[in-house]
Design a protein. Structure first.
Length: 416
């Protein structure tokens, strides 16, 4: 997160010359074409994306016109479609006012005998409103819901201002912050806003072309970068202002994500959101991460239904079992989640939680959730977070050498 804050579009229309098998290429302005055909992306056949991922042009018929689309053309169209819904978020707060007081002191090395002045910064008890940071976000509803990262808007005593793509300034309020992920939802007044739609996160593929848009360095609004999906289901520990958070199931991309891009969308070639840009690896060459769209979509749906972001919660403290944990604790399995007390002898099973009502106890090992084995690729927390509040899950547990299955109903993560 930062400490402060008429493109020519082209498509190719081609006709095959049967005699020599060559293409006659004619350039037309995509800007005009898209303006006449605002739903062009939805009119194209589903195979278009697959061909373009292989960097092969594909010809489609739109409103009776044969249009050969390249990957470049589709990126341009996706950006044109999406940019109006991407916003910049500016953070302001009251900070102490510092004044420079100049003191005179004799300088023995001054050959001319004049006093040496030095300045001392001192607080005078007053405050002033100043911009202290910035980030990105995007509209997810016509009535002004804005999705961003929690770490962008994590200060209760700050004021948040949203600048939409048309340059208008909007005062924003924080609707809720996600208790389980680095997500937050803001609200600006008004209706009729353009907004982005979510893609199916389960269809994301490594090597897929993606587009990142955001308020780079808190200064260059609606900056666009293009790359590919470099990895899936990553687990990282991300930090900001001395706080850290474990993020699981995130998307890795080499699309340039800079400070200030936090909270901006990661888009597919159809202009749909596949992720929310959340973190970069300092000192790396284009290693960035985005929270998957399904996690964000469930947060938005929760706010639209209940006014808050509710996340499912099993109610156990545990450590993932590895080969080392197996050896150290003399266990019979090298996978699963071992239920243990927390620091300061905190309860291993939270009283009143779904786990408590299901009869789970300290020392139990949860092996599976709804038939999915808990291992390095499928952590217990991630499997639970993909459920909904009120869902009943089937847990396979290992207790004193014997396996059994128990149902547990998930409740909402406590807010305090």
């Amino acid at each position: 997160m930062s400490s402060k804050h008429s493109t020519r579009y082209v498509v190719i229309v081609s006709f095959l010359s049967g005699a020599i098998g060559a293409f006659l290429v004619m350039l037309v302005t995509l800007n005009a074409f898209v303006s006449q055909n605002p739903n062009i992306l939805s009119q194209l056949p589903s195979s278009v994306g697959a061909y373009l991922q292989q960097l092969q042009p594909v010809t489609a018929t739109v409103n009776g016109t044969n249009v050969t689309l390249t990957q470049e053309a589709l990126v341009i169209a996706a950006v044109k479609r999406s940019q109006p819904a991407v916003v910049s978020i500016i953070i302001t707060a009251d900070v102490p006012k510092v004044q420079q007081y100049f003191n005179d002191q004799f300088n023995p090395f001054d050959l001319f005998g004049s006093p040496f002045q030095y300045s001392v910064p001192q607080q005078n008890g007053e405050t002033q409103k100043r911009e202290i940071g910035g980030g990105s976000g995007f509209l997810v509803s016509a009535d002004g819901l804005v999705l961003t990262n929690k770490h962008v808007v994590d200060q209760d005593n700050a004021e948040y201002t949203v600048f939409t793509n048309d340059g208008k300034k909007h005062t924003a309020s924080v609707v809720d912050r996600d208790p389980a992920n680095d997500l937050a939802i803001l609200k600006i007044d008004g209706t009729g806003y353009p907004y982005l739609r979510f893609s199916d996160a389960k269809k994301i593929q490594i090597g897929q072309t993606v587009i990142a848009i955001g308020n780079s360095l808190g200064e260059f609004r609606n900056t666009v970068s293009v790359g590919v999906v470099s990895g899936l289901a990553r687990s990282i520990t991300a930090g900001a202002r001395g706080q850290s958070e474990l993020l699981e199931g995130v998307i890795q991309t080499d699309a340039a994500i800079n400070p200030g891009n936090s909270g901006g969308p990661l888009l597919d070639l159809q202009g749909n959101v596949i992720g929310i840009n959340v973190a970069i690896v300092q000192g790396s060459q284009n290693i960035g991460f985005a929270l998957p769209a399904d996690v964000a979509q469930s947060a938005v749906s929760s706010v639209q239904k209940s006014g808050t972001i509710e996340r499912p919660y099993l109610g156990v403290r545990y450590i993932p079992i590895t080969e080392q944990v197996k050896q150290e604790n003399n266990l019979t399995v090298d996978y699963g989640a071992l239920i243990i007390p927390g620091t300061g002898n905190q309860a291993a099973v939270i009283p009143g939680s779904g786990a408590d009502k299901a009869g789970l106890a300290e020392g139990d090992i949860i092996l599976e959730v709804d038939g999915v084995k808990i291992d390095a690729d499928h952590s217990l927390s991630n499997l639970i977070h993909n459920k909904n509040v009120g869902d009943t899950v089937t847990l396979k547990i290992l207790r004193k050498g014997g396996e059994k299955t128990v149902p547990a109903t998930l409740t909402a993560i406590p807010t305090s």
